[in-house]
Design a protein around this ligand. Structure first.
Ligand code: ADP
Ligand code: MG
Length: 238
């Protein structure tokens, strides 16, 4: 059974239809990458999964349960954005622990969880710093730590590496892949970078103008592109 299932999903803003009859699914532990040019509807699709945007029609089911109408906080997901949105006046530890503090997790447990994710992300030596004292890559690690510490059923990433320079992007890509393998978690990841898609995904969905062009494994998409657009976009051999 698929862990996340999107069926006949349509989403309009006013009279403008942005997502057109999207059908997608990913199994538990899978890594689904949504890829396509800027403006094709990737963030909108991710936001409907998160519950940040209502859908116009169709259905989204997470772990066998329709989440239509379910508040974002009830969906057991964590989201990492392109802009890290850290609290500037809190330390790294405070940023990571913020959600747990709100939920009333005792300090001993919080500290243990902070240490665990900080070690995993190699930011253990930065816990007392403020975001302003960190590099872009370190900030992105903190944003990931804040998501990881919640141990959600589903991770959503919206172009998390697009603000980083090329070298760091490659390092973080490797890191995310390693984390996914280690945590056996399910991820939906948005990018406009086809290499990122090819290296990270177990399944790739290629979007253009809100229409799903192809859905398959990286090798299916690359070696058997469904049309010229997919071939061009993924850089498939002619
Ligand atoms: P992507 O993430 O692939 O770059 P988006 O999902 O952000 O694309 O946007 C897809 C289309 O939907 C764009 O044409 C964008 O202008 C439009 N759009 C996104 N959000 C809104 C909104 N809140 N209201 C109206 N139009 C929107
Ligand atoms: Mg976007």
């Amino acid at each position: 059974m698929s862990f996340l299932k999107i069926a006949n999903l349509r989403k309009s803003f006013g009279s403008l239809e942005i997502l057109k009859d999207i059908n997608l699914e990913i199994e538990q532990g899978g890594f689904l990458v949504l890829v396509g040019p800027s403006g094709c509807g990737k963030s909108t699709l991710l936001n409907t999964i998160a519950g940040l945007e209502p859908i116009t029609s169709g259905d989204i089911a997470i772990d066998g349960r329709s989440v239509a109408g379910l508040h974002p906080s009830k969906r057991d997901i964590a989201m990492v954005f392109q802009s890290y949105a850290l609290y500037p006046n809190m330390t790294v530890a405070g940023n990571i622990a913020f959600g747990m503090e709100i939920r009333g997790v005792p300090k001993v447990e919080r500290d243990k969880a902070i240490k665990q994710v900080a070690d995993m992300l190699q930011i253990g030596h930065l816990l007392d710093r403020k975001p302003g004292q960190l590099s872009g890559g370190q900030r992105q690690r903190v944003a990931m730590g804040r998501a990881l510490v919640r141990d959600p059923k589903l991770f959503l990433f919206d172009e998390p590496l697009s603000n980083l320079d090329a070298k760091l992007r490659v390092d973080m890509r490797t890191e995310i892949k390693r984390l996914h393998q280690r945590m056996k978690t399910t991820i939906v990841y948005v990018t406009h970078d086809q290499i990122e898609a090819m290296t990270l995904a177990t399944k790739i969905a290629v979007l253009k103008d809100g229409v799903l062009q192809q859905f398959g494994t990286p090798s299916e998409i690359y070696n058997n592109p469904a049309n010229m657009f997919v071939a061009d976009f993924m850089g498939s051999p002619a």
